[in-house]
Ligand binder design. Structure first.
Ligand code: NOJ
Length: 774
């Protein structure tokens, strides 16, 4: 008995000493180690064990710098929290000096001198604006995309930013959704390759554990997940998706970013099968952490914890804070849910401090990896900023990227190019001829809208002193939207007063070049449309111009596939320029004049009308597929419109022509662990050098579950001089033929596969069959 009492006494004593030591630690401001000779875990731990619970929670709190960017303001207490050193991260503040000033303030108030992490949406360039991401994806040029991402990162890291909220890797198949502009389109394989290239470019390293290298930044794969599958193409709307589609279609681009070493993930606003992504344990714990072994950090989207209440799954903000922490979220963007409620939740035993430690460790780890503990001003060098931002090489790269992103959709009778030495009077008509503001698209938040080169400037410079003579009449305005009031949405309803002048100059010209599209507020976040025709009275103007009988070249600036059914029938040439960014006018003028041969290919199908949506090339066959060669009733088709899109995935024209030789398979059968080679020659048979995107598609003819009618599995973009032939080969292995079965197992099933190699998803001229043996 006595012995037991002595033991009890000593254990209480030891506990008291331990608690006192702990307390002493929390009161201490002394680092055990800032120095780099310890492992990251040891360094993280050396800070973590000095932190009070409040300080830890402060690290999980993120604010928007000086303005509300993409949503409502929370009851923003940022100033107060800053004074208590309780802001872990701030986003959308730029400039080496400005960020330095904010960091200084933070360090002054942070008891433990924990540096703040500065983030931003550097979606397609900082000040040197590259084409919108979907446009750039149309280049099918992964090296180019990596280069533009790197250039964006170089500029951003020189301007104080160490964390980029990009790339957006959501598969998008619904052009009503305004955010299709931010991704890489409808296809899983292409989008995954683009995702990897962008992560590599932004981070500049092959894994986030190397972030300490110079001028690296954290990338962020967003929005996890299936945000692009929002019902009816309406932003933030419900997503109801089978697990199979989730695994087969929506997860792979995110997995690709993990494979490329991405440092962070952002939650999606939407719910997924009833559970909002921001409170979704299945996504963040089971898939991201367990299955993919992701060790980086997770941030919510803007006010997404607050929105759990509106979703109807959280009773209040406190409940939302608990649910998202339980789901594995590390940082709260804007909601102030963590900073307001986590302490209370720990005290009530609803969550544990260990959970908080896990999240905070991930955040501190990134700060250590970025070198911010060693030098909190690492990203604030005004000298470097001056040298790097908009340096001539980047401006040149922006020009290259813009040219490579423009898709030639139609070119009847070789209306284009308009060569400088061929005498022509060209009437320039339309609201986009002199439009400057929109050319950067919606997401270029630091892009200099006043510096982008207009089409008018590009064309006048191009044709100066040449045989081509230009005249101009605007014809009509772009309809605008007041984003603040949305309901009375369309302001500035254009009239037809300018039509007569435009038709007048068109009538006395040889050709009419019309530039039309969407004002940049018409696409991007929260800019969804149910009518995706050219807005306002632009089509009416085209109809008026058509009456002149002159050939019409239509150049489009827009952020989504549009319904161009009328235009495709009635104009002679269509150039889809998207929003090409800083060098817009020069890039499009190069194409118009034939100084650059268009080489881009669509990454999203263009529907014939809005009723066809979603229309994408890799759909299923159905039990009653429509066969145009043998049409009959009761087939899966429409009465009023074809099943096929107006312009399919992978499609785009060139000023030259390419001939594909017969395609050879090294063997018509393949063992499960074998490989076969598909080879062919491609020849430039036209009059101009060009670049062709050679695409390989497969179809699994019979499988344990129904499979798409076609899937892109490989592509090569090749440059061919006039008359040149190149031999190409693709390797097929069982991995390329694998898929998720109904048990969500990744399997390769034996059987026959169709293989096509062609110039678009609709090109079936080169067809082979391969047998995958047991
Ligand atoms: C909301 C958007 O959905 C997200 O993509 C963006 O990164 C944040 N706002 C921050 O601006």
């Amino acid at each position: 008995m006595k012995m037991i009492n002595i033991l009890k006494y000593y254990s209480v004593l030891v506990l008291a000493i331990l608690m006192a030591a702990c307390q002493a630690d929390k009161n201490s401001t002394e680092w055990v180690s800032y120095s780099g000779d310890k492992t990251i875990e040891a360094r993280v731990d050396s800070v973590l064990r000095l932190m009070t619970l409040e300080e830890k929670i402060g690290q999980m709190n993120q604010y928007s710098g000086n303005f509300a960017t993409t949503g409502a303001l929370s009851d923003n207490q940022s100033g107060e929290y800053l004074k208590r050193g309780m802001i872990g991260s701030t986003f959308n503040v730029f400039g080496a000096e400005h960020v330095r000033m904010l960091q200084e303030q933070n360090l002054k108030h942070s008891r433990l001198k924990i540096p703040m992490l500065f983030a931003a949406d550097v979606i397609h360039g900082l000040e040197t604006t590259f084409p919108i991401p979907m446009a750039e994806a149309c280049s099918w040029d992964l090296d180019l995309m990596e280069q533009t991402a790197r250039a964006a990162a170089e500029e951003a890291t020189a301007s104080g930013v160490a964390w980029n909220f990009a790339p957006m890797v959501d598969i998008s198949r619904d052009p009503r959704w305004g955010r299709v502009m931010e991704g890489a389109g409808e296809d899983v394989y292409l989008a995954s390759e683009v995702a990897k290239a962008r992560v590599k470019g932004f981070q500049g390293i092959s894994h986030y554990s190397d972030l300490s290298k110079a001028n690296t930044m954290m990338a962020c794969a967003k929005h996890f997940v299936a945000y692009g599958a929002a019902q009816a193409g309406r932003d933030y709307h419900t997503v109801d998706l089978s697990d199979h589609s989730l695994y087969q279609t929506y997860l792979p681009p995110f997995k690709a970013t993990v494979d490329a070493g991405v440092a962070s993930f952002m939650t999606a606003f939407n719910d997924l099968n009833g559970v909002p992504c921001t409170a979704n344990e299945y996504l963040f714990k089971d898939i991201l952490r367990e299955q993919w072994n992701f060790g980086g950090m997770v941030v919510t989207d803007y006010t997404a914890i607050m929105e759990l209440v509106e979703h109807g799954v959280a009773k209040n903000l406190k409940d939302g804070a608990k649910q998202s922490l339980d789901a594995g979220i590390d940082m709260d963007m804007i909601s102030e849910a963590f900073v307001t409620h986590l302490k209370e939740l720990v005290e009530e035993g609803e969550i544990s401090e260990d959970q908080i430690d896990v999240a905070v460790s991930r955040i501190l780890e990134m700060k250590f990896l970025l070198g911010l503990f060693d030098d909190p001003y690492r990203y604030c060098d005004p000298e470097r900023e001056k040298k790097v931002v908009m340096k001539p090489e980047y401006v040149e790269l922006a020009h290259e990227a813009a040219k490579g992103s423009v898709v030639l959709l139609k070119n009847k009778n070789n209306t284009l190019p308009l060569q400088k030495n061929v005498s022509k009077k060209v009437a320039l008509v339309g609201p986009f001829i002199k439009e400057r503001e929109s050319l950067n698209g919606e997401w270029a938040i630091k892009g200099n809208r006043d510096k982008s080169v207009t089409l008018y400037e590009g064309l006048t410079e191009k044709y100066k002193g040449s045989a081509v003579k230009l005249t101009y009449a605007k014809g009509t305005d772009l309809p605008l939207i007041d984003r603040a009031t949305m309901k009375e949405s369309v302001i500035n309803i254009p009239d037809e007063n300018g039509f007569a002048e435009a038709v007048g100059i068109a009538g006395s010209s040889d050709v009419i070049l019309v530039a039309m599209g969407e004002h940049y507020h018409w696409s991007g976040e929260a800019a969804c449309r149910t009518d995706i025709r050219l807005p306002g009275n632009q089509r009416a103007l085209l109809k008026a111009l058509k009456k002149t009988g002159k050939p019409i070249i239509l150049v489009l600036f827009n952020g989504r596939p549009l319904d161009l059914s009328w235009e495709a029938q009635h104009v002679d040439a269509i150039v889809e320029a998207w929003y090409p960014g800083l060098m817009s006018g020069h890039a499009v003028a190069d194409i118009i004049a034939g100084d650059y041969n268009p080489s881009a290919r669509l990454v999203m199908s263009f529907p014939r009308n809005v009723g066809q949506i979603p229309v994408f090339y890799n759909a299923k066959n159905t039990g009653r597929p429509f066969d145009a060669k043998h049409p009959s009733d009761y087939k899966s088709s429409y009465i009023d419109v074809d099943n096929s899109p107006l312009y399919p995935f992978g499609y785009g024209l060139s000023y030259t022509s390419y001939a594909y030789s017969e395609v050879h398979l090294s063997a018509s059968e393949m063992a499960m662990n074998g490989k076969v080679t598909v080879s062919l020659n491609v020849t430039n048979t036209g009059d101009m050098a060009g670049e062709e995107v050679v695409q390989l598609y497969i179809r699994d003819k019979v499988a344990s579950i129904s499979r798409p009618v076609k899937e892109l599995k490989a592509f090569q973009k090749i440059a061919l001089k006039k008359g040149e032939t190149k031999q190409l080969s693709f390797t097929i292995d069982k991995e390329m033929l694998a898929f998720y079965n109904s048990d969500l197992q990744w399997v390769s099933e034996p059987g026959q596969f169709d293989i096509w190699v062609g110039s678009s998803s609709a090109d079936e001229s080169n067809h082979l069959v391969l047998d995958l043996l047991e």
